[in-house]
Design a protein around this ligand. Structure first.
Ligand code: ZN
Ligand code: ZN
Length: 140
């Protein structure tokens, strides 16, 4: 598993789509938090096309993600897939690192605050009971 996504440009043919697949260590993205963690490697599949001074990278990132509801702290693990379309200027370059660009793709996808459902009632601030599951007598 790689910690950086590096594309070697010299090997790529010109004006031809090449299918690629990369596996990236999620810690490379440096975006795990208490309430957001990757549960798998990042699986990146797509097509590279070198054309003049530009490289186009079309594909999708897949990963298993664990999130924690901001209100009731319930954990949820889901498989996520996000498509991307990136264009790089590769003039005078022999290799290209795309880790940061992929990081931006993933940041864009993930809401800052995750809720298990819109109507989540959360935990009672007083007794800590999960109000989605049971009610408590703290009210009023
Ligand atoms: Zn919740
Ligand atoms: Zn209560």
């Amino acid at each position: 598993m790689q910690s950086k996504l590096i594309i070697y440009l010299a090997k790529l043919p010109k004006d031809e789509k090449v299918e690629v697949r990369y596996e990236l260590d999620p810690s490379a993205l440096d975006m795990e938090f208490v309430d957001f963690q990757y549960q798998s490697k990042l699986d990146i599949q797509g097509f590279l096309e070198k054309s003049g001074a530009l490289l186009t990278f079309d594909g999708a990132i897949q990963a298993k993600v664990k999130r924690v509801c901001a209100r009731c702290l319930a954990e949820e693990v889901t498989g996520e897939s996000e498509e991307f379309h990136l264009v790089f200027d590769i003039k005078d370059k022999t290799e290209l690192e795309a880790t940061n660009e992929l990081r931006e793709v993933m940041i864009f996808v993930h809401p800052l605050r995750f809720l298990c459902k819109e109507s989540c009632k959360g935990l009672c601030a007083n007794c800590g009971v999960n109000l989605n599951i049971e009610s408590c007598k703290c009210d009023k």
